[in-house]
Design a binder for this molecule. Structure first.
Ligand code: F6R
Length: 243
């Protein structure tokens, strides 16, 4: 696990945007694993500006997002599909058919999750996986006690995660969906390269636990110690509890 500590949030986000840009510029058939959440909004802002300044042909590029809420919300403005459309996809020359999110509104969860895994494999696997981290230590929506071998599946969100994500639901944690589809920890560990971005003092404690504490399914992100090529990009606030 490598660590990059940037002086501030904007520099950290620009660094991660650079990694995504370079991946697409160097490989016309790049397969990106993408994340949502507040941390990534600034990353996508930088990436869009970079793509506009020096366009890259994305005709052969494919994306797979980590997660999506379950139920009818997956078809609304609060969905992660809508987030991705708003912050990234509508600004890029990329076909909707090349962008994938777990289908949170499916009737057949087991079949849909198996198809998602198959689609990732059929695309050749993920070249660069972007990750945020939740206060529970989740990556994707792999909450505590997720197996390190887990695959795409339906999960119940931890109360702390529903509180963390309440902003999009009128600041009411009870209105945040209880379930989501997420790729598994095992799926994430198979990606060729991973970058986890954490910014702000609110992430300092969980970053210290993940990087310096026990490797345990109680903290899903600690599985990244087993990833062959994983970089944590932090700003100084998120790094402040490191010894
Ligand atoms: C979202 C995802 C989550 C978030 C994490 C951090 O697609 O995979 O793991 O990255 O919850 O969210 P923010 O950035 O809002 O703190």
């Amino acid at each position: 696990m490598k660590l990059v500590i940037a002086p501030d949030q904007d520099t950290a986000c620009a660094h991660v945007a650079d990694m995504l840009y370079t991946c697409c510029a160097q490989n016309p058939a790049a397969v990106l694993g993408l994340a949502t959440g507040r941390t990534m909004e600034r990353v996508y802002g930088h990436l869009v500006r970079r793509m506009h300044d020096r366009p890259v042909n994305l005709a052969g590029c494919t994306t797979f997002n980590l997660d999506e809420y379950c139920g009818p919300v997956a078809r609304t403005a609060q969905s992660y599909r809508a987030y991705m459309q708003h912050h990234l996809f509508r600004h890029l020359d990329i076909l909707p058919t090349q962008t994938h999110l777990p289908p949170g509104d499916t009737d057949d969860v087991t079949a849909a999750c198996a198809r998602y895994e198959t689609a990732i494999r059929a695309a050749g696997g993920i070249d660069l996986q972007l990750l945020g981290i939740g206060h529970t230590g989740h990556i994707g929506f792999n909450e505590p006690l997720s197996s390190f071998a887990s695959r795409t599946r339906r999960v119940r969100l931890a109360p702390a995660t529903r509180t963390q994500n309440a902003e999009m639901f009128g600041d009411c944690p009870d209105d945040v969906p209880q379930h989501a589809l997420t790729v598994g920890v095992g799926t994430i560990l198979e990606t060729r390269r991973a970058v986890l971005l954490a910014t702000g003092p609110g992430k300092a404690a969980i970053i210290a636990r993940v990087t310096e504490g026990a490797i345990s399914p109680m903290t899903s992100a600690s599985a990244l110690h087993f990833h062959p090529d994983c970089t944590f990009v932090l700003d100084e606030d998120a790094a402040m509890d490191l010894s």
